[in-house]
Design a protein around this ligand. Structure first.
Ligand code: NDP
Length: 284
């Protein structure tokens, strides 16, 4: 496949089903350029592309498992060679253990952080060098990050909202320390609550705020990164209990992915229902 370096391109992670699928559908309708549906399972991904085709939506497919470095690097090389850059990246892929899961907390913490935080960050670290001026990045976090933040001990809350002084290395260390402590049942001693998913999504929200801060110093102009919550959505993740349809869940991620040139707000924010939400520590 060859295109000129002028074709714009969008990538959505974890988009063979659920909210990611609806984000791809929306981009196919609204984004001027090629849209990549990606999935860790090739067959599921190709099936989703076929389903979209029946609705008149022409997405392209590329395999991507956000926890597998070789697949991330393959996607990166492909984008570099075919498009010479990247214009929209929606980091949607994520996992959550069911509430009824009997898996030990130690396992839940390790696996959930590995996918939601480390996987998302690995994709960003690989693909950010490809972002062109005016690119838009959306990290699908969750309201669970806000709830979990409020449940952290105050000292930890203060560190997690002090974006000017928190480096990405600091954040990686905080998340690793959470997992290591969880393996010993000691995460509470470090100030973390009993929510593996919540902790992983704190990581996603804080990662986003750090990324935007750092991109403000980049020579490439007008790159906008936001985190968002899609709302409570009827998907496999929620065992279909959510009240929003996948298209309603895709609304805020799509809004953020399609922000017009020179957007100054939202920029480096946590956004829910198209509105900027708070990311702050409790007062005392
Ligand atoms: P689903 O479980 O329906 O879909 C999750 C998608 O992520 C699937 O395509 C899944 O692939 C993919 N995925 C999981 N792990 C990986 C991986 N290692 N590499 C690549 N893809 C992967 O979930 P939702 O659509 O509900 O969730 C989408 C995002 O929205 C998630 O980040 C979630 O945390 C977030 N969110 C969802 C809410 C909701 O109410 N549904 C609320 C708040 C946030 P596969 O089919 O192979 O498993």
């Amino acid at each position: 496949m060859s295109t000129s370096g002028n074709t714009r391109v969008a990538v959505v992670t974890g988009s063979n089903k659920g909210i990611g699928y609806a984000i791809v559908r929306g981009l196919c309708k609204q984004f001027q350029g090629d849209v990549f549906l990606t999935a860790r399972n090739k067959d599921l991904g190709l099936k989703a592309v076929e389903d979209l085709k029946k609705e008149g939506c022409n997405a392209k497919f590329h395999q991507l498992d956000i926890t597998k470095t070789d697949t991330i690097n393959k996607l990166k090389s492909f984008l570099q060679e075919t498009y010479g850059g990247l214009d929209v990246l929606v980091n949607n892929a994520g996992i959550a253990y069911k509430q009824a899961s009997t898996a030990p907390f130690s396992e839940q913490a390790e696996v959930t952080v590995q996918t939601n935080f480390n996987g998302t960050l690995a994709v960003c670290e690989a693909l950010f060098p490809l972002l062109r001026p005016n690119a838009r990045v959306v990290n699908v976090s969750s309201m669970a990050s806000q709830y979990a933040l409020k449940k952290c001990k105050l000292d930890l809350q203060k560190r997690l909202v002090d974006i000017p002084r928190l480096s990405m290395e600091d954040l990686k260390t905080l998340m690793k320390d959470f997992v290591d402590a969880a393996k010993k049942g000691k995460h509470g001693d470090l100030g973390w609550p009993d929510s593996a998913y919540g902790a992983s999504k704190i990581g996603v929200t804080v990662m986003t705020l750090i990324q935007q801060r750092d991109l403000l110093k980049d020579t490439r102009k007008d790159i906008v990164v936001n985190a968002c919550c899609p709302g409570y959505v009827d998907t496999d993740m929620t065992s279909h209990k959510g009240h929003k349809t996948i298209d309603q869940g895709a609304d805020t991620p799509l809004y953020l992915a399609l922000l017009p040139p020179n957007t100054t707000s939202p920029k480096g924010n946590y956004v829910s229902d198209r509105k900027i939400g708070p990311w702050e520590a409790a007062k005392s």
